[in-house]
Design a protein around this ligand. Sequence first.
Ligand code: IMP
Length: 438
Amino acid sequence: MPGTVIVGAQWGDEGKGKVTDLLAERADAVIRFQGGNNAGHTIVRDGQTYKLHLMPSGILHPGKTCIIGNGVVIDPKVLTEEIDELRRQGIDASGLRISANAHMIMPYHLLLDHAGEAKLGRSAIGTTRRGIGPCYADKAARLGIRVQDLLDPKILRKKIATALEPKRLSLRPFQKEPALDLQTMTEEYLGYGHRIEQYITDTSRLVWGLLDAGSSVLFEGAQGAMLDIDHGTYPFVTSSNPVAGAACVGAGVGPRDIDEVWGIAKAYCTRVGEGPFPTEIGDELSDQLREAGGEWGTTTGRPRRVGWLDLVALRYASRINSLTALCVTKLDVLSGQDRILVATSYRSAEGAELDTFPYHQSVLHRAKPMWEELPGWSEPLGDIRSEEDLPAAARDYLKFIADVVGVPVVLVGVGPGREQTIWTGAAAGTAPLRAAAA
Ligand code: IMP
């Protein structure tokens, strides 16, 4: 102990990578527990930008154990390219460990993701087209190929052959001759197996050992609560569970191994892909905030939809994750706004006021935000390093968020650099910081 889970409390892209990187400095290990290379973490350090898709954010710290847990889906082409790229940037990846039970994204998963979106037409989900959904579908259907299968040519070929058959049928209307040759694919994946063999291990046991020895372990989530397949805005969600409960399943530990859950939220909201987004800003202000916040997808380069902070959704995210702390990122992006709007409840199409997140899709799709208007501030925040130096309106904004959500704000982001961070007074007693002091 202690185990701290870091999760996205909105629709992803909240800045989890930066927070994980900051805490990783003080932790012994970082483990990713769900998602795949649909995620994109950007970490800016000493002026150099690192873009990670599969690697746990702790990889930039020499000597840390960085684990890809069993709940992650791995595209081995992306993983090996990422290892090579980090090496080129002078980063040592020898601390990487990969669960033998994690599932592999196969070439047919990518084709199926594209075909599925094409078939949905105007109702498309707007996936990252990285094969995530089809891979998790195969896992549930017990047709998945796991990391451990890459080490056994006979088993690998047999499992691919079984999984491939139904894919050929479903892809037939989309491609005359899908490039799905059993032999070629088996050889390609055996090659990946050779490349990553040195990192493959029983990662659950590794994490138990660390926790039992009193080491500090970070469980790093991808995406965000509102994209959770069970609790998000289904069907406009990803195919895994980005909520804290999944840290146990996707890393192989029990709920009592988790001490704290930190939720990361931007000072406003963004969403990529389709689906309900009650506080979306439709006018030129969204272009202005997108520009100021660099709101383009790390993975796909798509412009992110931009909205004001949604405290109905954030309270919900706090509850389903049992957040113990909030990190509010990108506060600097709001500088220069005369007024800041925040949704504290919704109005349903029938006129009812809703202060909890509606469970019914039709209600949510038609819900309109009820705004609270707060004063803005004009000062740039990028160089501020302490809470007291923030403009009074910015401090009031943070207090408003903490009060409405009922969770203390421990960290505030005022720019992309790791030094552009304010630790609040509430941070001192938290588990990851206590671990560092011990
Ligand atoms: P998928 O995860 O590629 O299947 O995409 C499903 C939905 O989740 C789409 O709306 C994506 O834009 C969204 N999504 C997936 N990963 C991320 C992420 O890391 N950040 C933000 N949105 C994401």
